[in-house]
Design a protein around this ligand. Structure first.
Ligand code: GLA
Length: 409
C-alpha cells in the first residue's frame, strides 16, 4: 500500500513526518523480513513470542516479549495492543514491573474487567477520551456514537481499539526491537464514518525508550485521536498509591470540564491552581483540596495543554516527567501531540486484582495519555482532530525510563 507522507495534516511539520516515515518504512520492511525468523520461534533473539490464549470466537491471541541491551523487558499482546508488563531497574539495579495489568487473557476479557473498564495498557481509538452526548457533525452529516460513559462517548465506544485483535509483526531494526500492529476499522464501526487503516508501532530502544508511533489513513473524513493508556506505579505495580510520585507537566494551561468531564471550551491558566505542575510536585499534595475541577474528576482527570512556542507545531516536546523517591525511577514523556490527559487512577477501587495478586486500590497507578483535546469534534476552537481522505494521521510519543537520586539529577 503506498504511503502518503507527502500529504499531511494541516499543521504538520514535513521534516518530522519524513523522519517518521523513514522509521516506519524501515520497520515495516524489517518486520517483513523478520516475521519468518523471529516470530513464533522465540529462539535466540531478544524477541520472544508465545500464545496468550484464544478469543471466544477461537482466534489466537499472542504475546510478544522484547528485551533491550540493559535488560528492560516489555511484553505486549496483539489483543488491544495492550502493554502487559514493563520491567525497569530501580537505582540499585533491581527490576520491577511498573505497568498495571493482568497475567491472563481471560482477565482482560472478563465481565468484571469490562464493567470497571480501566483500559489498562491498551491502545485507545478511534477517539481517545470523551465526545459529548456521543454526537458530532462532520461535513453536514450528524453521527451518533455509543454513550458508554454516562451520557458521553468514551475511548472509541463499546468495542474500541483496546478490545480488538490487531495484526502483529515483530521487528528488529537499528532503533531497537518492537512490534508493528495494524487494524482496519470499517466504515461505520462504532458509528464513526470512514474506513480507517491504523498502524501503531512500539519500539524498545537500547537507550531505554519506548517509542510509540501512530499512523492512520481514511477514505472519508473522520475524527481520530489515538493514544496509549498504560498506568504506571514506579514503585512496581501492585504497590500502594502514586500520591507520593513527583510529577512535572509542561503545561501552562488546562481545559476545565463540566461535571461529566466534557471540556467547557475554556482554556484556563494553571497559575495558582492545583493544576500547576510546571514545577515537580507530589501528585497527592493538592489532590484533596476543595476545588470544583478536582471534585468533578474525583481527583485529576484533565487535559493539559502543552507549552509550545508555536501552538500549531508538532515538534517533539517534553510533556511530563514523573519520579518516585524510593526506587529512583523516572519516566520522561515527549510527544508530537498538543496535550496530555493526566488521570490519577481515581476510578480504581480495589475491585481488580493485578499480576502480583494485589488489589489495585484507589490511585495505585497513574496514566498520562498524549492526545488532542477531549470533545474536539464539538469544539471549533480546539485543534482539529478531523482526518481527511488523502491525509495521513501521524503521532509519536516517547517514554524514557531511568533511575536517579533526585528529580533534577
Ligand atoms: C481516561 C478518562 C478517565 C477514565 C480512564 C479509564 O483517563 O479520562 O475518566 O475513563 O480513562 O478509567
Amino acid at each position: 500500500m503506498p504511503l502518503m507522507y507527502s500529504q499531511r495534516l494541516k499543521n504538520g511539520s514535513p521534516l518530522l513526518f519524513c523522519a517518521i516515515a523513514t522509521v516506519l518504512l524501515a520497520n515495516a520492511a524489517q518486520a517483513q523480513s523478520n516475521s519468518e525468523t523471529d516470530a513464533g520461534s522465540g529462539a535466540d533473539s531478544n524477541i520472544q513470542t508465545s500464545v496468550f490464549g484464544h478469543l471466544p470466537d477461537g482466534r489466537q491471541v499472542d504475546v510478544y516479549q522484547f528485551t533491550n541491551a540493559n535488560g528492560i523487558e516489555l511484553r505486549v499482546t496483539n489483543y488491544g495492543g495492550i502493554i502487559l508488563s514493563l520491567k525497569t531497574p530501580d537505582m540499585d539495579g533491581k527490576f520491577d514491573d511498573i505497568a498495571l495489568g493482568f497475567d491472563s487473557l481471560e482477565a482482560y476479557l472478563s465481565d468484571e474487567y469490562r464493567q470497571a473498564n480501566p483500559y489498562f495498557g491498551a491502545i485507545i481509538g478511534r477517539y481517545g477520551n470523551r465526545i459529548a452526548g456521543g454526537q458530532f457533525s462532520l461535513d453536514g452529516e450528524s453521527y451518533s456514537l455509543a454513550t458508554n460513559d454516562g451520557s458521553n462517548h468514551l475511548h472509541g465506544g463499546e468495542q474500541g481499539f483496546d478490545k480488538v485483535l490487531w495484526q502483529a509483526e515483530p521487528f528488529e531494526s537499528e532503533a531497537g526491537t518492537g512490534l508493528v500492529l495494524r487494524y482496519t476499522s470499517e466504515d461505520g464501526e462504532e458509528g464513526y464514518p470512514g474506513k480507517l487503516e491504523t498502524e501503531v508501532t512500539y519500539t524498545l530502544t537500547d537507550n531505554d525508550e519506548l517509542m510509540v508511533e501512530y499512523r492512520a489513513v481514511t477514505d472519508k473524513a473522520t475524527p481520530v485521536n489515538l493514544t496509549q493508556h498504560s498506568y504506571f506505579n514506579l514503585k512496581g505495580e501492585g504497590s500502594d498509591t502514586i500520591l507520593d510520585h513527583q510529577l512535572m507537566i509542561n503545561a501552562p494551561e488546562f481545559t476545565p470540564v463540566n461535571d461529566t468531564l466534557i471540556p467547557t471550551g475554556e482554556i484556563r491558566s494553571v497559575d495558582g491552581t492545583p493544576f500547576d505542575f510546571t514545577q515537580a510536585t507530589p501528585i497527592g499534595e493538592r489532590i484533596e483540596q476543595d476545588n470544583e475541577q478536582l471534585s468533578f474528576g474525583g481527583g485529576y482527570d484533565h487535559n493539559f495543554v502543552l507549552a509550545r512556542d508555536d501552538a500549531a507545531s508538532d515538534e517533539l516536546v517534553v510533556a511530563a516527567k514523573v519520579w518516585e523517591s524510593q526506587s529512583g525511577r523516572m519516566v520522561e514523556i515527549t510527544t508530537t501531540e498538543p496535550a496530555i490527559q493526566f488521570y490519577s487512577g481515581n476510578f480504581l477501587n480495589g475491585d481488580l486484582t493485578g499480576k502480583q495478586g494485589q488489589a489495585y486500590g484507589h490511585r495505585s497507578g497513574f496514566a498520562l495519555e498524549t492526545q488532542h483535546y477531549p470533545d474536539s469534534p464539538n469544539q471549533e476552537a480546539f485543534p482539529s482532530t478531523t482526518l481527511e481522505p488523502g491525509d495521513t494521521y501521524l503521532s509519536r510519543t516517547i517514554y524514557r525510563f531511568s533511575a536517579q537520586e533526585s528529580f533534577d539529577e
